[in-house]
Structure formats: C-alpha cells, structure tokens
Write a protein that binds this ligand. Structure first.
Ligand SMILES: NC(=O)NC(NC(N)=O)C(=O)[O-]
Ligand SMILES: [Zn+2]
Ligand SMILES: [Zn+2]
Length: 504
C-alpha cells in the first residue's frame, strides 16, 4: 500500500465504525416508542396500592425503570409530591402478574400464537413477565442452540419481559454436560413431562431422568417443573375411540385421565424430592408441580412432602377454578386440557386449598392452537388439541370467581406475583417495593365487561378461548413494564421493548 493508502485507511475504518454505531443505536426503537408515557421520572397514585405490608393509599415513584419510593399519602418529607403524577383514584395498583407457565409457540408455530400477539395479550391482561414453556415451539427448547433460536425469535417482538424454561428430555437428562451448558446459557429452570406431551421432539421422562435433572439443577439453585400425570396400566388413557358419539362426550375424555394419574405421578416424584431436603444430595434444587387439577389425594401427597421438608411447590390454573365438568357441553373442545377440568366439588376444594395456602401460586397454562386443531365441527374430545387459551383474562377470571371466597388483593399479589417471582429467581420483581423493577398493573376491580365479539382480544385465535361468552369483572387500565407504560385502555406502546430474561 502506498503512503496515501496508509493515511486513508484509518479514516475509512473510523468512518465505517461511526456508521455501524449509528445504525446500531438508531435503528433500535427509541425509548419514546417503548412507552405511552413520555416521562422517565413520575409518580402513580391511588387509594389502593398493594404492598407486601398491606394495601395503602399513596403513591409510587418511578425513576429510570425502577421503583424509587413508595409513600403513604401524597406527601414525601412533609411536602406534597412533585413532578408528573398519574392519579388512578380508587383503582388498584398491584405488582404486575408473573405467568410462569405459558406456551407462546415461537419460533415454528406462530400461527398458533407467537411472541408478538402473546405478549400483547399478556400486557393487556396485566402480566408484566412471562416464562415461556420449552414445548409447542418448533424446535423445542432443549439445547443451547434451540435456546438461541428462542431468544432470536423474541427479539424486538416482546411487549413484556420474557424468560425461558428449558426442556428436560431423556436425551439431555443423562448427559450432565448438555444440561450444564443449557443452564449456563440462561434457562431459568427445566420442565419435563411424566406422560406423552403431544409434541414429537419433547418425549416424556421417567423418575431416573428427573433425579439426574434435579442433581444438576441443585448446583444452579433453579427449579424443575413437572407435568405430573402418569399413564397407568390398569386404567384408561386416550384410547383411540372410533365411536364419534362417545368421543364427543366430555365424560368420555374425563374418564381417560382420572385423578389417580396425577396421584401416581406425584407419588413417584416424592421418591425423588426427598433428596431436595436440607443436607440431601440435591439440596438447592426445587420441584414445582404445574397445573394441579386433583384437589384430593394428589394435593394431600404434596402437603405431606412439604411437612417433611421437601423443597416442593404447586400451582393450579384459573380454568380449574372457574369451570367444572358438569358445565362443559359435549363437543365443546375449547375446554379440553390435561389434566382435565374435574367436578364442581373438586373445584371447591381447589379454592379452599388455595386460600389456605396449600396451593402456592397460579399460572395461565396458556396453550393455544389453531381453531382447526380444536376440531370444533366434529367435537371429538379424544382427538382435539388439549390446552386452554386464556392469557389475557387470568386476572379478571381469578378475581371474578374468587370474590365469593373472600380473596384479598394481597392474596392475588402473592399467587400471581410474589411466589412466581421467587420460583423464577426474579429477585427484583413480584412486589411493589423500592429498588424493584417498576412492573405494575393498574386495574379496576368493579368494572365489568362481556367477552363477546366487541371485546378486543389480542390472542392470535380468540375463538378458541373457553372464556368467550362469559362476563367478568376486573378491568386492566394500565400495565407498566420496567417503568414503560406498555398498555393503556386498549392501546399498546408503538414498540415492543420487553427484555428477554436469561439467568446468570
Ligand atoms: N403440549 C402442551 O401444551 N400441553 C399442555 N396441555 C394442556 N395443559 O392441556 C400442558 O401444559 O400440558
Ligand atoms: Zn402440562
Ligand atoms: Zn402447559
């Protein structure tokens, strides 16, 4: 290169790096597009703010995406609070919901849901963090490579924060280094099935796989979530049933998945969870049973394990608390899920277990599909896709059906925010306290609405939701994620600025 070339070369490379910096900085949505509120520092006030110390009347100061202070009344240091104040009057200010169990089906099955529509629905429902399940996307999240595909798929599409569970499947369960690298890559914990999952690249695990998984998880202090239903030789399991009249009956489906399937799975799990006790070989790991439906023998087993010191928690879902088998019409496959929705007496017991603290938390288990796979015309319960679509409605559903049991705002915050935050290892989320992320839902408990065709639903396929046609109370007015007002009465922020959460 001649002298001139040597002089021009640094200049050109400087120019290129400036250009790259410019593209990187300014092609991302600017902050003003992330929020419907053009302030970095502001206050939100109401007469009902749900804090860990109880419900107070006052104001929450938000600064730089975090909660800077929480004050009773509208005075701080004896002076009336200054700056931009949004006064929500009698509406409830609560920590944003954390949904630890949702299937957003992205990448690969975005015609079922996808990160964009799924997190829009979440924001409209007051959910500020969602942990995505490792199955129903294509491929399933079972390795470092497939996790990378998830995170890439989520980029600039998520309106709320999204974390990821990894899958524990036979292939990685017996391969410590594969599990290690998946956990190092940032999944918040693992999830496995004790029965067929319905997804080809997500095979079921047995208790030896689960034991191995827990021992690896112990090092990382992260949980294993398990779909606890086990196929029993002596009892029925979705047998192919060519008699369409019988397959249309909800009772036919219910009989294929009796409570004893949940009980058998949990009994087997407890052989392994004993290692999670203090000084046990898997101390530090934790087992979480997802979507419990059986409120009798299965729940008793969990209670006993807790009393013995096992590190174990259990969730149930709004659909088990809202619906009962008696009300499900034959052929109405919107209600098909596993484990199945059981009788009204079981539902009553679930409510008691929840209010008495034996069920630790709630999750949506939002598991949508395309209407075609729900086989509405045929109404075949044995062949239709199993899964309830509910993401946007979990708060009003819990509130509407829970009011008669006298549930409190603090209980709602505990079931939907505090305990889920702990399960997912999110120390800066789940409660309205200074220093936490400003993840907040503002909602009006007394406002009622009809879930009819005039109601704006953000799910990709609203018609498959079992809640369509019901009347609910509890309307979400505003949702803040890390201080950004991402949803306000029917409108979303222009840009999707949620953060993908990876464990460190
Ligand atoms: N593949 C699924 O989404 N399964 C889900 N299906 C339900 N719950 O019916 C689940 O969580 O088990
Ligand atoms: Zn499941
Ligand atoms: Zn699920």
């Amino acid at each position: 290169m001649d002298i001139l070339g040597w002089r021009v070369f640094p200049l050109v490379s400087l120019l290129i790096s400036f250009l790259l910096f410019y593209i990187k900085t300014f092609s991302k949505p600017s902050n003003s597009l992330c929020s419907l509120l053009p302030h970095d520092r502001y206050w939100i006030a109401s007469r009902q703010i749900v804090t860990p110390q109880g419900v107070i009347s006052g104001a929450v100061e938000v600064k730089g995406g975090s909660i800077a202070s929480v004050v009773e009344g509208i005075y701080q240091h004896g002076q009336i609070i200054k700056g931009h104040v949004v006064d929500y009057g009698n509406a409830v200010i609560m920590p944003g919901l954390i949904d630890v169990h949702a299937h957003l089906d992205d990448p690969g099955r975005t015609e079922w849901e996808g990160f964009s529509s799924g997190t829009k629905a979440a924001a409209a429902g007051g959910i500020t963090t969602l942990i995505d399940m490792p199955l129903n996307s294509e491929p399933s999240t079972v390795s470092v490579e497939t996790l990378k595909l998830k995170v890439e798929a989520a980029e600039e599409k998520i309106y709320v924060d999204v974390g990821f569970w990894g899958g524990l499947v036979p292939e990685n369960a017996l391969n410590v280094s594969a599990l290690d690298s998946l956990l190092k890559a940032g999944v918040l914990g693992l999830k496995s099935f004790m029965c067929p999952s319905g997804i080809n690249d997500f095979p079921m695990t047995n208790s030896s796989h689960i034991k191995e998984g827990l021992h690896v998880l112990a090092k990382y202090k992260r949980p294993l979530l398990v779909h606890a239903e086990m196929q029993l030789d002596s009892e029925g399991y979705p047998k192919e049933n060519d008699d369409i009249n019988s397959a249309r009956l909800y009772s036919t489906y219910l009989n294929t998945r009796p409570p004893s399937m949940e009980e058998a799975a949990i009994r087997e799990l407890l052989e392994v969870t004993k290692h999670t006790r203090t000084s046990g070989s898997a101390e530090g790991s934790h087992l979480h049973i997802v979507h419990l439906s059986d409120s009798r023998a299965s729940l008793n087993l969990v209670k006993e394990a807790k009393s013995r010191g096992d590190s174990i928690t259990v969730e149930t879902c709004p659909h088990y608390l809202a619906f009962s088998a008696e009300e499900i019409q034959d052929g109405d496959t919107r209600f098909k899920c596993s484990p199945p929705i059981r009788d009204a007496a079981n539902r009553e017991n679930l409510w008691h277990a929840l209010t008495e603290g034996h069920i630790d938390m709630l999750s949506s288990d939002h598991s949508p599909t395309i209407p075609e796979l729900k086989l509405f015309g045929e109404g075949n319960f044995l062949k239709a896709w199993g899964g309830i679509s509910s993401l946007q409605y979990v708060l009003p559903v819990t509130w509407s059906y829970g009011k008669q049991y006298g549930i409190t705002l603090n209980q709602l915050a505990s079931w939907w925010s505090e305990r889920p935050a702990k399960l997912a290892g999110q120390e800066l989320k789940g409660a309205i306290v200074s220093g936490n992320h400003a993840d907040i839902v503002v909602w009006e408990p007394n406002a009622e609405f009809e879930l009819d065709e005039n109601h704006t639903a953000y799910h990709k396929n609203p018609s498959i939701s079992a809640y369509m046609g019901t009347r609910l109370s509890g309307k979400v007015l505003a949702t803040f994620v890390r201080g950004n007002l991402v949803y306000k009465e029917g409108e979303h922020a222009p840009a999707a600025c949620g953060v993908p959460i990876l464990a460190k």
